[in-house]
Design a protein around this ligand. Structure first.
Ligand code: HEC
Length: 184
């Protein structure tokens, strides 16, 4: 082996080592960054949680409707009748709307079809709204339950925050079968 060949091998080896260290460092950096995002968000929500724990939440129908028009109307229609691949929310027999724990979960993380409603199978997907503030989420889901349907109980804000904290690392929408029912 002449000197040149030896040098080339040395350089290749050094380059490989540098690439290896680089990728380990990058992976570490990315995972620690993700971790910081989650713990920051958990901290932020826990602070709000503690603050509102003793507060009484008042459902605001006007706000609920406003948020519905901003976030939900484009798929479920202004009057909640839905269309095509979007199920109706008005006078719905949906077991999701009937169950506070289920509708909260779907609001936060979304829903992946198929779901069967009457004779129709909906095979779409709804995005979650975890970036929307929890008070707004609470107003809109109370709007869906009490104005578009005939439920009379108001879902408290605290349940939405709890659900958000408990599922903070979740990144995918729910399938209907995975939804956990409200414990009685
Ligand atoms: C981008 C379109 C889109 C938007 C925006 C949207 N949804 Fe949906 N939603 C869907 C689809 C699609 C489904 C059905 C998913 C499936 O096929 O399983 C659905 C399902 C639902 C269900 C379950 C219905 C049932 O029969 O069980 C509820 C409740 C719901 N949406 C509420 C809302 C609310 C409240 C908003 C606004 C905050 C909203 N959605 C915004 C597309 C949307």
């Amino acid at each position: 082996m002449n000197l040149n060949e030896k040098d080339t091998k040395k350089y290749i080896l050094i380059t490989l080592i540098i690439m290896f260290i680089g990728s380990v460092a990058l992976a570490w950096y990315m995972s620690s960054n993700m971790h910081t995002d989650v713990s920051k968000e958990r901290f932020r929500l826990t602070k709000i949680y503690k603050k509102i724990k003793d507060e009484t939440y008042a459902y605001d129908k006007v706000k609920g409707k406003q948020i519905y028009m901003n976030l939900c109307m484009r798929c479920h229609k202004a009057d909640g009748t839905g269309s095509g691949m979007y199920p109706p929310l008005l006078n719905s027999k949906s077991p999701i709307i009937a169950d506070p724990a289920k509708i909260i979960a779907v609001m936060v993380h979304g829903l992946q079809g198929p779901i069967i409603r009457g004779v129709i199978t909906y095979s779409g997907a709804m995005p979650g709204f975890k970036r929307v503030e929890t008070t707004d989420l609470t107003h809109v889901l109370n709007y869906v339950r009490t104005e578009l349907n005939t439920f009379e109980d108001i879902i408290p804000h605290i349940l939405v925050i709890e659900a958000k904290i408990d599922t903070i690392t979740r990144a995918t929408p729910y399938r209907e079968a995975d939804l956990i029912t409200t414990k009685n």
